[in-house]
Write a protein that binds this ligand. Structure first.
Ligand SMILES: Cc1ncc(C[n+]2csc(CCOP(=O)(O)OP(=O)(O)O)c2C)c(N)n1
Length: 662
């Protein structure tokens, strides 16, 4: 091992153990053993520029084993991403830029939020897919303006997670040759040796997925082997590569090396001192980066500057020769403006009632004609979710320019990949499945929210209206669970125009949006429209200034409220109908607006939604009533289920009539 490389690797090891010791919390084990592979990658292969962390053609690096965050923070520190010694000293503390697990948007140079094991790998697959798609769209002979690799480091844990298997299987099928995964095989997880729960041959598994499998015998010291394997991975153009790097957890400190005890506990002053001695670390200052390492990084930085300048030159020549393409590039890399879509009348025009999944299909296709960077698909339910963009081709290894994606039946990976595609930049991804299966992808939806990514979740078959497929396919608690996820919006449109509003919101809010869409036909109301972008609004007002009763509905149940309003009127009860397609958005409106829609003085309120009543009390109060479903559904025609479970016009009318009588 070259002396400077060795010193840099040991610098990382010492920074890791000092920071974890200082925080008295964290995971030193994996960073100590993965320092050689990470430093070798960063110093010898990674195309990046610490001075411009957002350079579009940089290689992407994902630390999927997010608990090893100090490894990433140490790299960001020594490579000059602006993370200071003080930041490292504040590891895991309130307000620091070095939280327990890497957080996208919080720390410059962190490409994705990781920590929930396995998802980082799926993000990396999404990043690599985005690269392949953009390269196919934009590159011209002699002008590879999109040409970068995606690297990820995972441990044993990530590779035990199902989401990694789902994503890697698809990556093999899609032949994502520029995806390179390091498997830090230290054979230790929290409960001890992996043999107690993980004895499969990972290499053979990946071979079966269609990956190139490479191995480094001694990842603790053999930098040359690591470097050579990265080069071999880069040479393979068709298959993604996994580099199995055999390591010893906690390498560098003999007192703890190889033991699960160093996975997630500080080494402590004594062992850190021992490690310094064993690594011949003579410096007395804490959190110290030796001059030789600084000089080496300064030398590398020159190369980074040149690399980016070359790309800028290449892009300028490209823009000259292909001005239309350069203009297109600009368009793809700009945020979508809500106003442009809100004022686009053609987007809002519909002729006849449709199921909201059909409205969604129509809107998606109208948007596809306007937004070239929409990309997405379904987890094998395209014909049911109606999520195919008709004028676009399917993406395949033969045609990365396609933008309809067959995700296969892999909901979790689909959503985590969409996060990766959104993170890449240049693309607006959407994913689709049945609403009931939101549970299969929920952890990725949570990370879309945490990272504020505008991923669109098109979730159809939104209620017992599904009918004959029965309770396994009928969502009950799903909408409530999405609604209570911070930073996440659930839109349940009542008709086609509300579906337009839902899409506009989804594409222009820095957050994920779940569209809950019906299988069955919904009315097309005259009164619906742009007000849906306020989350809730008066669809049909009472004659009096202060209504006798307010009926609140979402999606298919707005129809019941609308009809009930007429019946109540005939009985002399003056009702207001409020359509509430998105609770979370309504919550963001001004107090005055909220009061104008739901005046506090009106206590007689009925909410109707064919799902759990959980959460509705907020809008109906102690004196109101919620008509919903606090049990599972059943297998029968949808209209029979609505009748049998009492979600009927008759019940809405009588609930409204009886309010205040008891
Ligand atoms: C989805 C998920 N489940 C559980 C955890 C808790 N957890 C954190 S690290 C870890 C073990 C990881 O083992 P490995 O990847 O081998 O890392 P190493 O022991 O080498 O640090 C577990 C179970 C998590 N972070 N994410």
């Amino acid at each position: 091992m070259n002396k400077t490389d060795e010193l840099a690797i040991n610098t990382i090891r010492i920074l890791v153990s000092e920071a974890v010791d200082k925080a008295n919390s964290g995971h030193p084990g994996l960073p100590l053993d993965a320092a050689p592979m990470a430093y070798t990658l960063w110093s010898k292969h990674l195309k990046h520029n610490p001075k411009n962390a957002k350079w579009p053609d940089r290689d992407r690096f994902v630390l999927s084993a997010g608990h090893g965050s100090m490894l990433l923070y140490s790299l960001l520190h020594i490579f000059g991403y602006g993370l200071t010694k003080e930041d490292l000293m504040g590891f895991r503390q309130w307000g620091s830029r070095t939280p327990g697990h890497p957080e996208y948007g919080h720390t410059t140079g962190v490409e994705t939020t990781t920590g929930p094991l396995g998802q980082g790998i799926a993000n990396a697959v999404g990043l690599a897919l985005a690269e392949a798609h953009l390269a196919a769209k934009f590159n011209k002979p002699g002008y590879n303006v999109v040409d970068h690799y995606t690297y990820a480091i995972s441990g044993d844990g990530c590779l035990q997670e199902g989401v990694a298997s789902e994503a890697c299987s698809l990556a093999g099928t899609l032949k994502l040759g520029k995806l390179i995964l390091f498997y830090d095989r230290n054979k230790i997880t929290i409960e001890g040796d992996i043999d107690v729960a993980f004895t499969e041959d990972v290499g053979k598994r990946f071979e079966a997925y269609g990956w190139q499998v490479l191995e480094v015998e001694d990842g603790n010291t053999d930098i040359m082997a690591i470097e050579n394997m990265i080069a071999a991975a880069k040479r393979e153009k068709e298959k993604p590569s996994i580099i199995i790097v055999n390591t010893q957890i906690g390498y560098g400190c003999s007192a703890i090396a190889g033991s699960h005890k160093c996975h997630g506990s500080p080494l402590g002053a004594e062992n850190t001192a021992l490690m310094k001695k064993e690594l011949k670390w003579d410096y007395t200052d804490g959190f110290y980066v030796p001059d030789e390492v600084k000089e080496e990084i300064a030398r590398l930085q020159k190369g980074y500057d040149e690399q980016e300048a070359e790309w800028e030159k290449l892009f300028a020549a490209y823009a000259k020769e292909y001005p239309d393409m350069a203009a297109e590039w600009e368009k793809w890399h700009k945020e979508i403006k809500a106003e442009d879509l809100i004022n686009d009348d053609a987007l809002w025009t519909f002729e006849k009632p449709l199921a909201s999944r059909q409205s969604s299909q129509e809107v998606l296709n109208r948007l596809a004609a306007r937004l070239p960077n929409l990309i997405g698909g379904s987890a094998d339910l395209g014909p049911s979710n109606l999520t195919v963009m008709k004028t676009r081709e399917y993406l395949s290894p033969e045609n990365y320019a396609g933008s309809n994606i067959h995700f296969g039946i892999r909901e979790f990976a689909m959503a985590a990949m969409a996060n990766g595609m959104a993170l890449h930049g240049g693309l607006y991804p959407y994913v689709a499945t049945f609403l009931v299966f939101v549970d299969y992808l929920k952890p990725a939806l949570r990370l879309s929210a945490l990272m504020k990514l505008p991923v669109t979740y098109v979730m159809t078959h939104d209620s017992i209206g599904v009918g004959e497929d029965g309770p396994t396919h009928e969502p009950i608690e799903q909408m409530a669970s999405v609604r209570c996820t911070p930073g996440t919006y659930l839109f349940r449109p009542a008709d086609s125009k509300e579906t337009v509003a839902a899409y506009i919101h989804a594409l222009t809010k820095k957050a994920p949006t779940v569209l809950a869409l019906s299988r069955q036909t919904l009315p097309l109301y005259e009164e619906t429209g742009k007000d849906a972008l306020k989350g809730a609004y008066i669809l049909k007002d009472s004659k009096k200034n202060v209504p006798d009763v307010i009926l609140i509905g979402t999606g298919s149940e707005v129809d019941l409220c609308y009809k009930a309003c007429a019946e109540l009127s005939a009985k002399g009860i003056d009702a207001r109908v409020v359509s509430m397609p998105c609770m979370q958005l309504f919550e963001e409106q001004s107090e005055a607006y909220k009061e104008s829609v739901l005046p506090k003085a009106v206590k007689k309120r009925v909410a109707v939604e064919a799902a759990t009543t959980f959460g509705w009390n907020k809008y109906t109060g102690d004196e109101g009533v919620v008509i919903g479903l606090d049990h599972f559904g059943a297998s029968a025609p949808g209209n029979v289920l609505y009748r049998e479970f009492g979600i009927t016009l008759e019940n809405v009318v009588s609930a409204a009539e009886n309010l205040g009588k008891h």
